[in-house]
Design a protein around this ligand. Structure first.
Ligand SMILES: Cc1ncc(COP(=O)(O)O)c(C=O)c1O
Length: 384
């Protein structure tokens, strides 16, 4: 059978790393997982028990395309609680993960051939989804001094119909402050480009609260998810917040593309939003893991790092150690039994010299992983 050219997207390298780690585990090796961008914790207990009750009381058929009204209302309330933003629930659309949200938003907002500015390094699926929809990702090489976030000066002279940011970002964990985010929103709006803000790591922040694009403008598309802070990756539920004028178009697309986000997951997600204590206990783990990483990575010779503002990643410059991060990550897996992600996933141009370390798992694993990394680097003669 023939294949489309727009469907010929690159593989998600971290998935290949996960597969290599799984094979090593099948062969009896113990692997520390610093590659995966997902919490080791399950969905909150409240979420799981809400679903148990719903399963005995309800057929859990399709929901309306925009999502359970109670969930949309509860999400709107979150904006009041977290950001002091008064949000109309009618602007909230529940999606099959933020990944489903990207497909809906990109399809609703852009035409084939439109150009969307986004920073590199960045989450790889943005550009792959865009490519599969015949959109053109316009990757801007961000500066380390700007903590790998786009700046308006990067965009001067460029032609684009959309701009997309993530704060906290994957793979760097850096955030855009109110002023920097406002400047980017202003630059996009000045030229009539749609502004999209991936806020999936909100809630997982350390020194300062993350700023939502909705605190700055109503004329933005915010994408969020239950995957990270709410610890529900496999449940596949996320949301969009849209300007009122864009909701109906997204609704029509959602009806046709997905019908709805999984009903069971929506029930669980609604309950998860009241699981504050459990979610904050997860945050205590991330906080301690972050402390261990900031202390332990430099001791292991990975000293070109910046403390992340949020999320659960550290992005390390290893260009003095290798120009082939894929081979280097493979050696770390084979020799040290630690799975890490090569930067090429996030930055095809410069990622040969970077690695991403995830610290989303249990603290004991992080401590063991750091010990193993230190041993590996000592054996290679990179540290004393
Ligand atoms: C920045 C970012 N956005 C979106 C996603 C996709 O998340 P989901 O589809 O599970 O909501 C991820 C997953 O790692 C991510 O890192």
């Amino acid at each position: 059978m023939r294949n489309s050219s727009r469907g010929a997207v690159d593989p998600f390298i971290v998935m290949d790393v996960m597969e290599a780690a799984r094979q090593a585990e099948d062969a009896g090796r113990h692997v520390i997982h610093m590659e995966v961008g997902q919490p080791g914790t399950p969905a909150p207990a409240l979420a799981r028990s809400a679903l148990q009750s719903a399963m005995s009381a309800d057929a859990l058929g399709y929901t309306v395309a925009l999502g359970l009204p109670a969930l949309r209302q509860r999400i709107a309330r979150l904006y009041g609680d977290w950001y002091n933003v008064d949000l109309d629930p009618a602007r909230v659309v529940v999606t099959p993960g933020s990944s489903g949200g990207f497909i809906l938003a990109f399809t609703a907002l852009f035409d084939a051939g439109d150009r969307i500015a986004l920073g590199a390094p960045g989450y790889p699926s943005y550009r792959q989804i865009m490519k599969s929809l015949d959109l053109l990702p316009l990757e801007v090489q961000t500066r380390a001094e700007a903590r790998f976030q786009m700046e308006p000066s990067d965009l001067e002279g460029l032609d684009y119909q959309g701009m997309m940011v993530a704060s906290p970002a994957n793979p760097t964990g850096t955030m855009l402050g109110r002023e920097a985010l406002g400047a980017l929103i202003g630059a996009a709006q000045e030229r009539g480009a749609a502004f999209l803000s991936d806020e999936i790591y909100h809630g997982i922040e350390y020194e300062h609260k993350a700023v939502s694009a909705l605190q700055i403008s109503d004329d933005v598309c915010v994408i969020n998810s239950f995957s990270k802070y709410f610890s529900m990756t496999g449940w596949r539920v996320g949301w969009l917040v849209l300007p009122p004028g864009n909701v109906r178009q997204v609704e029509r697309l959602a009806q046709n593309l997905f019908i709805c986000a999984p009903h069971a997951a929506q029930v669980a997600a609604l309950a998860a939003m009241d699981a504050g204590d459990e979610l904050e206990a997860n945050m205590d783990v991330y906080r301690e893991n972050r402390r261990l990483m900031i202390d332990g990575l430099p001791k292991a010779g990975f000293d070109r790092i910046a403390p992340p503002d949020g999320a659960f990643y550290v992005y390390a410059d290893v260009s003095h150690l290798t120009d082939d991060s894929r081979a280097f990550a493979r050696a770390i897996l084979d020799e040290a039994g630690v799975a890490v992600t090569p930067g090429l996933d996030f930055d095809p141009l410069r990622g040969g010299g970077t690695l991403r370390f995830s610290y989303a798992r249990a603290t004991a694993d992080i401590a063991e992983g750091l010990d193993r990394l230190q041993r590996f680097m000592r054996e290679r003669g990179h540290i004393d």
